[in-house]
Design a protein around this ligand. Sequence first.
Ligand SMILES: [Zn+2]
Length: 329
Amino acid sequence: MLESIRCRFFWGFKEESKGIYWVKWRTALASYDQGGLGGLYDGRGRGLKSSVWENIRSVGAVIDSLDIPFNNSFVRKVGCGDNTSFWCDKWVHSRIPLMFQFPRLYALECSKNCLIKDRWCLENDIWKGNWDWRSYPRGHALSELQSLSSLLDGFVLRPQAKDGWSWALSNDGLITVNRLSSIIDSAYLSDCSPGKTHDWISLVPRKINIFIWRLVLDRLPLLSNLDSRGIDVPSVLCPLCGDHPETREHLSIMDLVSGSLGNNFPRYGKTIFNGVFYSVLWHIWAWRNKVIHSKIEERQEELKVDIFPRVQSSSLLCFPTDGVRKSKS
Ligand SMILES: [Zn+2]
């Protein structure tokens, strides 16, 4: 079911029928920056709708299996130490709970669930251990105590700050779906995504963005592309002018698509400029399809059609004068 919707939407044929898959599905899944359609999550953080943490926890194991150390990426950030277990939480640099690092001391501890603030206290302006042993450590336990003391040497609690979590996979310690999705993309899709292709313009309908994406990847059923894939076409000449082979370059001006023109526009102006340009290309493509699929006797009539009013009316629909509005389709 999903597969057949996919086929019809992207490549224009039904799953049962014979057709060409123009872009690898994994490439299409990559985020916009990686040259895909942002399919794993939608690239703007809308993919995981309810209870993000629930989702994150349940997919943790899957993410780990991609060689991303996800489950170990959550680090306890200690503030005043009133919400972190001294022995059982991972909070010191090594990220192993102290109960495993110092098992003999843990065995001697009177209160196994004590908090950091119970065991690390300020006394005469010096931060030091405030231990509560069942019997004073000797032998191996004593050398564990010396190691623990030197591990904690210089550590201070911050009475004003709360204990919390920090995410080791981002520089600012905050987890965002966007950041996580781009880490997964890099790990999972690195071998097949082409890199950022072009600017996605939210002002124009998604179908136009997808059309431009296929154009930039040169994955449109242009006559020269069909010919190079061994499909019999009567001619590779452009059905509109009949003068040049129908190639990606002939259909578009690649400089404009990749955004190197229009750099002198203000940011929003450039977005509108690119959006109008995308619409123009899309309408030329729709026109070309009409011409190529029309009956021979109607073809001349179809070629005379003026597509400018169509471009104009769709641009007016997409680009309101009162600021940015996201298109619906
Ligand atoms: Zn032409």
